[in-house]
Design a protein around this ligand. Sequence first.
Ligand SMILES: [Zn+2]
Length: 305
Amino acid sequence: VDLAIHRRMLMLRECTVHFAPYGFRATWHHLVVSAAIPQHLEDDPDALVRAVGELEEARDIWTSHLNEFAARRAEEKARGQRTLHKTDQWHHWGNHRLAYCPDPGLHPRDRLATVVGRLISAYSSGQDYSKSCPLCGHLRWQQPCPQCGIELRGHLALPPQDIRAKIPLRWREIWQRVSASQSLIDREGFPSNKIAALRLAQRLVAEVPSTQPGRRAFVDIVPSTTVSDREALRASWTRRDANRAFKLSHWEYDEKLLSTSDYDVDAVLIRTATADNEAALPGVLANWSLQPVQFQYPWDTADPR
Ligand SMILES: [Zn+2]
């Protein structure tokens, strides 16, 4: 075991304790996923460098905001204005986290700096966020946000019981960076190579029965991608991310056109569905009476897309 690299990981842990926009556990999970820190650190020593970079970039945005705020306050006080503007009051909401994600595995997927910037502008806008999530815009918004997982700064209620109950197991898996083969999604029946494909944002396809003779039908799972994925692609690598959402589409085609470039003539989109995260995917498949094992790489199927 390379001791130096483990010491570097503990230093990253220390930095994350001191600056954790989602609280320590969720922020740590965010870094592990977005920097793809492997279970064996020696496999990819640069992963820690990527994680530190992402954390520092976000912290710089927060620090420079605080410096600007302090300078502006000093000026206001010198002019005799003692009370805070309404749009500045959030600085004194007590809780030092920018937001909090009680479920360490459910947090925003964008780059940390992007999220920090968006939260600062949302809080500073003075808008009423009782109806929609300031970060992801989710409309059936409650705290924590069902879609991106955040609670707003200053919100101090206990996390819901179902989240509290799964935190210890979740955290153990996160801290040990358990491999895909032992992850939650795998227990629901996805082979580990297919999980790896989904995390690398690759599409999977299952052929399903068609509604009439002469037609063939396919369901595909398309993992969501973010700006970080596009940045990675531009730098010629593919980002692994265990925090993707998924879109399912069920298409039916004319069998005779399937292997031609006119496959889309008379193609019918039968239905679509989304899964917010890996944990939700098996349930969405079950709603369509599908099993994870039915899904193949697209090139192993007759899917034309
Ligand atoms: Zn949200």
